[in-house]
Design a protein around this ligand. Structure first.
Ligand code: URA
Length: 263
C-alpha cells in the first residue's frame, strides 16, 4: 500500500505538494470515486487512479534510453549548461531520475536514464565489467598496431602517477574509423588511449552497452521508454565482431550524415 500523493508524484511530473493540492481539489479519483485526502492509502497494483479524468498508469521504475547528442552534459542538473535531463519531455522529468553512467560532453550515443537505483548499481558495479562499445573517428588513418597495444593494458597518466587500463579490444571499420570495446570507464578513456597511441579522436559515439544496441532509428536527442528486461540486455555479453558488424551497417556514416543534415 502506498500514499495517494506519493503514488501520484512518482508517476506524474507533479511534485508532492502539487499532488496534495490536486487531491484536495477533487481532481483525483480512486476506482471511480473522488478522494480528497492526500494520505489515503492505495494499492498501486490493483487500484485505478485518475487525475483530471485521465488514468495514471503505474510503473514502479522508469527507464529511458537516450541518444545523447554531442554538446550536452551528462548530469542530473547544471546551473548554466544544458543537461541530458533537459532532453526529456516535461511530463517525463520525474523525481529521482538520474543518468546511469556518463558520456563526455563531446561524446554522443547510448545513455540510460532511470530511477532504479538497484539496477543502476548492478550495471555500474565493476564486478559486472559491462562492455561498452564505441565508434571513434580518428584524425589519422587506423594503424593495426593499436590492437596489440590496447590488448596489452595501456598505461595512462592519472595525476602524477601512471595507471594500467584493463585490456581492451579495437578493430577497424573504415580508413579512419575504429570500434573499441572497454570494460571500464576512466576519464576520457577512449580519447586518451588514442592520444597515447599517437592519434587523435575527432568524434566519439557509444552505440552498444553489453548486448544492448542503440536502436538504428533513434535520432540524436530522442529517447525511448524501455522495460527492465530491455535494460537487462546490458548485463549480457556480446563480442567486438558482432558490435563492429552492427556499427559498420548502421553507423559508419554517422558523422557524414550529421554534416549533410547541418548543411
Ligand atoms: N571515452 C571517452 O573518451 N569519452 C567517453 O565519453 C567515453 C569513453
Amino acid at each position: 500500500m502506498m500514499r495517494l500523493d506519493r503514488f501520484l508524484s512518482g508517476q506524474t511530473a507533479l511534485s508532492r505538494r502539487e499532488t496534495g493540492e490536486a487531491v484536495r481539489r477533487g481532481r483525483v479519483t480512486v476506482n471511480g470515486t473522488p478522494v480528497r485526502t492526500p494520505d489515503a492509502k492505495i494499492d498501486p497494483e490493483k487500484d485505478t487512479v485518475t487525475l483530471d479524468g485521465t488514468s495514471v498508469s503505474y510503473a514502479a521504475q522508469h527507464y529511458f534510453l537516450l541518444h545523447k547528442p554531442a554538446g550536452v552534459l551528462t548530469a542530473a542538473r547544471d546551473r548554466s549548461q544544458k543537461t541530458v535531463m533537459d532532453l526529456l519531455k516535461p511530463e517525463d522529468r520525474l523525481p529521482g531520475l538520474f543518468p546511469c553512467g556518463r558520456l563526455d560532453k563531446d561524446t554522443s550515443g547510448l545513455l540510460l536514464i532511470t530511477d532504479d537505483g538497484a539496477l543502476t548499481h548492478r550495471i555500474l558495479s565493476p564486478k559486472h565489467h559491462i562492455t561498452k562499445y564505441y565508434l571513434a573517428q580518428l584524425r589519422d588513418p587506423y594503424d593495426p598496431a593499436y590492437e596489440a597495444l590496447f590488448a596489452s593494458g595501456m598505461m595512462l597518466r592519472e595525476g602524477a602517477a601512471e595507471e594500467p587500463c584493463r585490456p581492451a579490444e579495437v578493430t577497424q571499420i573504415g580508413e579512419r574509423l575504429a570500434v573499441i570495446a572497454l570494460t571500464e570507464g576512466k576519464y576520457h578513456q577512449v580519447r586518451r588511449m588514442f592520444a597515447a597511441a599517437g592519434n587523435f579522436v575527432e568524434n566519439l559515439l557509444r552505440f552498444q552497452l553489453g548486448a544492448l544496441q542503440m536502436p538504428v532509428n533513434l535520432a540524436q536527442g530522442a529517447y525511448l521508454t524501455v522495460l527492465p528486461k530491455d535494460v537487462e540486455m546490458m548485463l549480457k555479453t556480446s563480442s567486438i565482431s558482432y558490435a563492429a558488424d552492427y556499427c559498420r551497417a548502421y553507423y559508419s556514416s554517422y558523422w557524414i550524415n550529421e554534416r549533410a543534415y547541418l548543411w
